[in-house]
Design a protein around this ligand. Sequence first.
Ligand SMILES: [Zn+2]
Length: 305
Amino acid sequence: MQKTAASQPAPAPAQPSTPVDGQVLARMRTLAQHPPQSLVMEGGSAAEREAAALGWAKVVNCPQGGCGVCGLCRQIEERAYRDLIVVDKAFFDEAKQGGVSGTDAVRRLLPVWGQPAHGAGKRVTVFLEAQDLHPSVANLLLKTLEEPRPGNVFVLLAPQRERLLQTLVSRSFVLTLPWPEAKAPEADAAEWIAALLNFWDSGQGWFERTGTKGAADRSLALRILSGLSRELAHALAGQDSPVARRLARLGPLGLRRLDLVLAQAQEALTQPTAPVALVLDWMATAVIPKESKPAPRSASAPLRG
Ligand SMILES: [Zn+2]
């Protein structure tokens, strides 16, 4: 791919056209008869959620109900449609470059949302990976959804609804895409996950494991976390696997706690100075309710998330 000079406006990145699941599309066409002001899309992969959000924008704007081939649908696909706003990493990066905070950049959209769409359809504002929104942005969004915004609809994308503010979800219609195929974690990560489940049952064996010098590096730790996230998604969706079954025993509150813990541990590991063993110890103990928590070796200080 050719690099563009920094002074040139970057062209919109070519989006791989990920197909939208047929049942999801049918569901969206039904929903479009009375479009909910806010739609949460969970499940699928990040690319599938994004494609579904653009699909929704087509469905509520294209005169043919989202044909995918007309000029309007193509503009949406290229994110060049005037009634489509995508709030993603590029949106926040651009604001930052202009010296504007992410929250202020979103605040500047308030007058836009106060107006109906330019065209005959709906203005669609999509928040990609909405679980990562800064709390002040999430709150701004919540206030926005508390008022009617004629002619506007909002889409919040997240791997699972549990990762969004509950108040946002309760104001939204939730559309679940097919869950990603169960892919077994690599053998080493799977073995660590098995050891973690054993630790939750017995209180044994975990600190010896993480305390062994060089036992877990950052890459393995991240694979353990992603393996657990996948099993968590299965447990939440009621899908069966030995690990998902064990996780389901944590109950709804425990699963919610696990989700937060995994997100915080993942964030901690993005800092190159984070001690991997401590993050893993914190993760292992933070999921267990306090009364039954075994004393950790040295992981009592909560990591900042
Ligand atoms: Zn069309």
